[in-house]
Design a protein. Sequence first.
Length: 367
Amino acid sequence: MKAKALMISLLAFSVATAVWAEDAAKVDTAKAEPDKAAETTTATVKDEPIKPIEAAVVKDPKMVELGKKLYFDPRLSKSGFISCNSCHNLSLGGTDNLQTSIGDKWQQGPINSPTVLNSSMNVAQFWDGRAKDLKEQAGGPIANPGEMAFTHELATKVLDSIPAYKEEFKTVFGKEAIDIGMVTDAIAAFEETLVTPDSKFDQWLKGDDKALDDKELAGYKLFKDSGCVACHNGPAVGGTSFQKMGLVEPYKTDNKAEGLVAVSKQDADRFKFKVPTLRNVEMTYPYFHDGAAKTLEDAVHIMGQIQLGKKFNDEETANIVAFLKTLTGKQPEITLPVMAPSTNDTPRPDPFGKGDAAKVEGADKKS
């Protein structure tokens, strides 16, 4: 009897030791081979056409910090009033919530401002794809007379006149002279960090079955079954293709933008626009390239009809909207940069087009 008990004890000890050894081996593998550990973790992600967004990995913190300052600095505009953040406000989902943006001298922009959040995942930048990447996009608004209305030469002259900027550029790029390529590199590096992970939908994708309620799940099922995922898929839930606006029914708009044809010069690309990301879509109203859809409900109804040939009823629309709101992720936590002051040599802003000494007529008579 004692021998039998001893045998059972030894067997239990052996099993426990084996389990402990297996667990220890897993820990050692995770430490020694983090990539394999990561693969094991991601293997649990649900097999869906939409994929989770992962947190940004900052490769060059100093360049990102410089890019952040440039992103928020209005001195890169002729008026000294408009910055990248004016049209891509990081407090408003990376957009301005206007039908079309406001440019220099209160000019009305020609198109709705797309969100900068998760924009590094786009196949190209702008609605018509005329910029191949974030670096190329960053230089566009600075020199656009309808936006920041500056020139690249004046922008670099402003930066070159500020000692703190000169020193920071030298630290990051190892060069004395500042050029526009450095400016756009830095802004792009900052924008690459503007991702929004950990949405409710991402939590559900990663195995938390309680992250979504029945209405949200019903909305996602309808979103899939209706064919929306043909264009809105991947981590950004869009942004990876150009599609014609109005596949089933023509889309009626007064907006003059023609889409990809402006870049490709191919008539087949007329009215093809970059498919927008649906990440944080509840924050990025109004919708479409012309900003004509004021609410998510409007957007769902219109897209169902002109793209899919479906007329969603009120309940179906509400369910899809409930799902879309689960795509709002953790917003970038930005500490506003303190800008180095201009010097006597820094070109002064000219918001009213009257030169550096511009004054509002009669302002000196006001008390």
